[in-house]
Design a protein around this ligand. Structure first.
Ligand SMILES: [Zn+2]
Length: 271
């Protein structure tokens, strides 16, 4: 039997980034709001000093807030230029270092672009870079899972199929951005077909999303009706999940999601 006082919640909810507050204030706010997790976002570069990462980790641990890290956006592990690949690897490793200091396990990134390459060739290049990164992470002694993210555009590497193959081939993790999946699939997710292929303990992103035939256009505020099918599917398939809210109001919408997680009765629960 699950004791809610000692067991971590099976579905954790929290915001992406500090929403301009700075991390010490953001963590205090997350604790006050009763949220469970936060993703530290190194959007434009890893500028957080190691001492700050350690302090953020201590503060999060004191509040029981689980942390993850999003590496900078400017990453392309399949770039044509070797120096761009080296710089991409360094951004990921710097993110892993700060994650290690924070006690965060999952490091999220968008792995790369096809440009003029075939999907197969792009896959091989990215797979080999992931293996190189994993060797460096092992050498450094960090307990970190690389979690490449399902991306929002079919022109960008990172379909569910590609990332599940990468997970099987390298043992890396993955980040399931359900909003990106909706954008790739024109608003349709066959949850009952997808869920069995996903890990039992998921790292996920969600938000509202605007899309066109070319995929993701922009992230939107999240509505309860967007979240309900996902929440019900997670419960139906007995998944544990850490869901990071990436809407333009990540704290407010995370609170809405958390209220739904706490209040809505699992569909398959007995008396
Ligand atoms: Zn995302």
């Amino acid at each position: 039997m699950v004791n809610p006082l000692t067991e971590p919640p099976s579905i954790r909810i929290g915001p992406a980034g500090s929403d301009g507050r700075g991390y010490p204030k953001a963590l205090a706010e997350i604790a006050r709001l009763g949220l469970d997790c936060m993703e530290v976002a190194f959007t434009y570069g890893v500028r957080m000093k190691p001492e700050m990462a350690a302090a953020v980790g201590e503060q999060a641990a004191a509040h029981g807030i689980a942390l993850s890290v999003h590496a900078p956006y400017y990453i392309n592990l399949a770039a044509y230029e070797e120096e761009k690949i080296v710089a991409s690897r360094q951004r990921i490793l710097d993110s892993c270092h700060r994650a290690h200091l924070m006690g965060a396990r999952c490091v999220v990134f968008h792995a790369g672009f096809y440009q003029k390459r075939s999907a197969r060739e792009t896959y091989r290049l990215i797979r080999d870079q992931i293996l190189t990164l994993q060797a460096e992470i092992r050498r450094a002694g960090w307990d970190i899972d690389l979690c490449p993210e399902i991306t929002g555009k079919p022109s960008q590497f990172g379909s569910a199929r590609e990332l599940l193959a990468l997970m099987a081939d390298t043992g890396c993790g993955l980040t399931v951005d359900f909003a990106h999946l909706l954008a790739r699939q024109q608003g349709q997710i066959a949850y009952d077909a997808l869920m069995p292929a996903l890990p039992d303990n998921l790292h996920a992103h969600f938000s509202g999303i605007e899309y066109t035939a070319k995929g993701e256009k922009k992230h939107l505020r999240l509505q309860p009706d967007d979240f309900r099918p996902l929440l019900e599917a997670l419960r139906r398939h007995r998944k544990q999940a850490t869901i990071i809210c990436e809407s333009p109001a990540p704290f407010e919408d995370a609170v809405m999601m958390k209220n739904m997680v706490d209040k809505e009765i699992p569909t398959d629960s007995g008396p």
